[in-house]
Write a protein that binds this ligand. Structure first.
Ligand SMILES: Nc1ncnc2c1ncn2[C@@H]1O[C@H](COP(=O)(O)OP(=O)(O)OP(=O)(O)O)[C@@H](O)[C@H]1O
Ligand SMILES: [Mg+2]
Length: 488
């Protein structure tokens, strides 16, 4: 019996020992777990305390449950544990900030949705206002129920201040740009005004220049005309003197050549009566003598013509001016000149383009002189086109244009031909007496000089030739409509 009891007791003791051993084992295990838990909590706290962000977490009522060292420092606490059980209103933030934080907490927990990147202000324990970028995420229990929130925040004060500074600088820059643009606008405006003034002044100077150069041109023109008139006057006197001196000896030459021809006729008759008594060479000599005498008479007559023209030039009696229809006079001159050329050369054909202004009417002029002048001008044109036709072997048909136009107080008459034209050097000399480019017998160079006397001096008109050598020549003349005083 005893042994049975002992055995049962022994078994119970054994059981108890085993239970104690297992209890000891479990206690050791739980101590290990607890130490590991402490360790990992410490590690977590260490990590949280060393990250640059602030970290905090709150329960369902927005009461702080924990935070890291950074948050504790901002909140003015020495250690993170001191936060436990505190609410935002007890911390250094302003009332407004605290209310806002709690409002955000309520929304995150109510919606069960994280709210990230909230930029908000925070007043720290030392009274400084900083700017933080906060993230708030809801915390859940094992059943998925929201039990609080976890918040992380980063100090972005320097960034915000930089942005603010940037904004301010930008605004300052913009206002400076505005001011600059205003200055630029004003500058442009004054520049435009300046340019306008410069333009106006330049225009004024150009106008003055224009006036000056036209006055200069008029002056040199007047000077040229004066020199020309002087030259013409002295040449006229010389011409008159020479012509007068030559007139008498030339008359002798003409008269005696005439007489000699008559004597030769008598001699011919006498010789015919005494055929056979006179040796044959005498007959030949008499024949040659007759030919020579005829030549002397011909050339003497030509020289007489020249002398007559010269005398006409220098001693022309002033005619009486009468109102004369100008257009018919011009047509007459053209026809007369053309017929003259046609008589000498039947093959000569000229296309005449007439463009006479009916408004021209009557002009006060000395008809005989003016006819002589335009006849010479048209003769010159006909001569030139005929020569050009010869040179070009008919490849350019001769043409002549004659026009009249009423221009203010004057009539402008243009005679143009498509003949030889004239070089600029020769053009300067065409009004000089005895200037001619024609071969002896075709011209003596007094035509245009006479025209000048008639048109410019006698009638107060003007004469000017335009030409391109080998292409055309155009004589532009004007005659005043009103009677003018004859220049001396
Ligand atoms: N239409 C013209 N085309 C080309 N040259 C011309 C023309 N008219 C005049 N000339 C030039 O001007 C020169 C002078 O002309 P101007 O009438 O004074 O004398 P001219 O005709 O030579 O002789 P004349 O005393 O017989 O008229 C001419 O020899 C010629 O060289
Ligand atoms: Mg002539």
């Amino acid at each position: 019996m005893t042994s049975a009891l002992e055995q049962a007791l022994q078994a119970q003791v054994e059981e108890l020992k085993q239970e104690i051993a297992s209890l000891k084992e479990r206690a050791a295990a739980s101590q290990r777990v607890e130490s590991e838990l402490r360790q990992s909590r410490k590690m977590l706290q260490l990590m949280m305390d060393n990250i640059p962000q602030v970290v905090f977490w709150k329960d369902r009522h927005s009461t702080y449950v924990g935070c890291n060292q950074n948050f504790a420092t901002i909140a003015g606490l020495e250690r993170p544990e001191q936060i436990v059980g505190k609410v935002d209103q007890e911390l250094p933030w302003t009332q407004e900030e605290a209310d806002w934080y709690r409002k955000c907490d309520a929304q995150v927990m109510g919606d069960d949705e994280a709210w990230l990147q909230i930029t908000e202000s925070q007043t720290t324990a030392n009274g400084k206002q900083i700017w933080i970028n906060t993230n708030k995420v809801p915390l859940h229990d094992e059943h998925g129920q929201v039990v609080g929130i976890l918040g992380t925040a980063e100090d972005i004060t320097s960034h915000v201040l930089l942005q603010k500074e940037l904004r301010e600088k930008n605004a300052a820059l913009e206002s400076q740009t505005d001011a600059l643009a205003k200055v630029q606008r004003e500058l442009m405006k004054s520049n435009e005004e300046l340019e306008e003034r410069v333009r106006a002044r330049t225009q004024k100077i150009e106008d003055q220049n224009q006036q000056l150069s036209s006055a200069l041109a008029e002056l040199s023109n007047a000077q040229e005309q004066l020199i020309h008139a002087e030259k013409m006057a002295s040449l006229g006197m010389l011409t008159a003197g020479v012509a007068h001196e030559l007139k008498n000896p030339l008359n002798f030459v003409l008269n005696f050549s005439e007489l000699a021809i008559e004597f030769l006729s008598d001699l011919d008759e006498a010789m015919a009566a005494s055929v056979g008594q006179i040796p044959p060479p005498v007959g030949e000599v008499v024949g040659s003598l007759r030919e020579n005498m005829v030549r002397i008479r011909e050339h003497g007559a030509r020289a007489n013509d020249i002398i007559q023209t010269m005398l006409l030039h220098s001693r022309r009696a002033p005619g009486e001016r009468r109102p004369t229809p100008l257009n018919p006079l011009l047509t007459e001159c053209v026809q007369f000149a053309y017929q003259g050329f046609r008589t000498k050369d039947q093959a000569f054909n000229l296309a005449i383009h007439t463009d006479l202004d009916p408004a021209v009417g009557e002009v006060s002029l000395v008809k005989q002189s003016i006819s002589r002048a335009y006849l010479n001008i048209i003769n010159n044109a006909c001569y030139s086109v005929r020569e050009a036709q010869k040179q070009l072997r008919g490849s350019r048909p001769p043409e002549l244009w004659i026009s009249s136009r009423l221009r203010g107080d004057a009539v402008e008459i243009r005679v143009r031909d498509n003949g030889l034209g004239i070089s600029p050097e020769k053009l300067k000399r065409i009004f000089d007496p005895f200037f001619t480019t024609k071969p002896p017998g075709d011209g003596i160079g007094l035509g245009l000089s006479l025209c000048y006397d008639i048109i410019v001096k006698e009638h107060g008109g003007s004469m000017q030739m335009e030409s391109q050598e080998g292409a055309y020549a155009e004589m532009i003349t004007t005659l005043p409509c009103k009677p003018v005083e004859k220049s001396p």
